[in-house]
Design a protein around this ligand. Structure first.
Ligand SMILES: Nc1nc2c(ncn2[C@@H]2O[C@H](COP(=O)(O)OP(=O)(O)OP(=O)(O)O)[C@@H](O)[C@H]2O)c(=O)[nH]1
Ligand SMILES: [Mg+2]
Length: 418
């Protein structure tokens, strides 16, 4: 594993270390300086900077990681003083995203966020180059440096255009799923909460589950047919949330996050096994991001990983975090051990828009057979009886009920709402 040195202005270093590990860096040294505001010039104060310099002289370190956001001038000064690559938190997150991006859409989304991130840093380099402080940059003097900045701008426009096209395709697919009568359920939550594990257990799938952060970048959709009294459900796993993401990063992932926005129901997965302040902090981030995405569908809070704590601990924690779930219905599960999945399924059923229960009487004909086999795909067929005609008990999504009824009547069938 590559080696990193961590610089922080507070003691909350768990997450940044997990991020570093995800990118393949082991944090071998930590320099913490408690202060409210970062030093304007070098983020940390002069004394600490000297300590770090002498540490770097005696230890082999690949990069320096800062647990926060650097201003371009701070980044420039730190790299210059320390003679190492310096990554701030956002740089680290975007590098992880870049490594994980597996689809064309994800790659473009990450590239857009990276360009947007780099822009002020390039501006700083241009400024330094013009002032003669950084003559090596782009090795071409003023003219080329300005060109480079223009190039970034043009590239961003191009990526936005391409992303818009992918977004439209995605929307068409989603609309189709919606119109054929599936209920759409999205799994959202903080990174590493267990979203993919939940999708796997509900759909008997084998999506990548990992202790690293941001294992999932592209949404995956799978069918679930276990929910009682409902037509089929399509469940979508989404990219995890993380605190302090600037809105332009969220904006870059907009089309992916629309999967959450357009869902009939959102399952908000929360790791309840962590320390209460961490759980509360992450809950706050999740609700903030859900609000930013603009969701209006019902939310179920799914407290996951209960196998890691005792039931006394669980009850105490539930009491402590109660105020932060804003009265939403909740359920406690273990996606790993499959505990309380039946409870979750019932809760999903209760919170989805109600399905219409109907009896269809179909003539014995070829058309009826075709209609029936289609019906299995988009509705929940409970019972089929053959006698002088075909009697079907079925649950149909209210969105497509009229369509189903008129299709059925067209070839001589009858429809009764039961
Ligand atoms: N003990 C325990 N571990 C779990 C449970 N659910 C998930 N995990 C573990 O938590 C880690 C993250 O699980 P994932 O399902 O990948 O989480 P995710 O929310 O999809 O994470 P990202 O896609 O990275 O944002 C993995 O190491 C899982 O094995 C659970 O119920 N109990
Ligand atoms: Mg995942």
């Amino acid at each position: 594993m590559k080696k990193a040195l961590l610089v922080s202005l507070n003691d909350n270093c768990e997450e940044i270390k997990a991020l570093a590990k995800t990118l393949g860096y082991e944090v071998i040294g930590e320099f913490i300086q408690h202060r409210k505001e970062p030093d304007v010039r070098t983020y940390i104060g002069k004394g600490k900077l000297e300590e770090i310099k002498s540490y770097l002289e005696n230890n082999n370190v690949d990069i320096v990681i800062v647990n926060g956001d650097l201003k371009p001038s701070q980044w420039f000064n730190l790299e210059k003083e320390l003679g190492k690559d310096v990554y701030d938190r956002m740089h680290l997150i975007l590098s992880i995203f870049a490594e994980r991006a597996d689809s064309r859409e994800a790659k473009l989304q990450v590239k857009l966020a990276q360009l947007r991130y780099e822009r002020p840093f390039v501006r700083e380099l241009i400024h330094r180059a013009k002032a003669g402080e950084h003559p090596g940059f782009m090795a071409g003097g003023e003219y080329k440096v300005d060109d480079y900045y223009e190039m970034i701008k043009k590239q961003m426009v191009k990526i936005r255009r391409e992303l818009e096209k992918i977004r439209q395709d995605r929307e068409i697919r989603r609309k189709h799923r919606y119109e054929v009568g599936f209920y759409l359920v999205a799994i959202a939550g903080y990174t590493n909460a267990g979203k993919s594990s939940l999708l796997n257990i509900l759909s008997n799938e084998n999506i990548k589950v990992d202790e690293m952060l941001f294992s999932t970048l592209s949404p995956t959709t799978r069918r679930v047919s276990k929910v009682p009294s409902k037509p089929p459900i399509l469940l979508t796993d989404t990219v995890g949330f993380i605190k302090d993401l600037p809105s332009w990063v969220i904006e870059a992932f907009r089309s992916t996050l629309e999967e959450i926005k357009e869902a009939d129901l959102v399952l908000l997965v929360v790791d309840i096994s962590e320390e209460t302040p961490v759980v509360i902090d992450k809950l706050k981030t999740c609700f903030r991001e859900l609000k930013e995405i603009g969701i209006s569908s019902p939310i179920i809070v799914v407290f996951n990983k209960i196998d890691k704590i005792s039931s006394d601990d669980l009850n105490r924690k539930l009491e402590e975090v109660k105020a932060d779930i804003h009265g939403k219905p909740f359920v406690c599960i273990s996606a790993k051990e499959g505990r309380n999945i039946d409870k979750l399924l019932n809760l999903i059923s209760e919170n989805l828009p109600s399905a219409i229960r109907a009896k269809l009487i179909l003539p014995l004909s070829k058309e009826s057979q075709q209609f029936l086999s289609d019906l299995y795909c988009y509705a929940w067929v409970r019972n089929v009886r053959y006698s002088k005609n075909i009697e079907v008990d079925v649950f149909v999504n209210h969105r497509i009920f009229d369509k189903v009824a008129s299709a059925c009547r067209k070839f001589g069938g009858d429809v009764f709402v039961t």
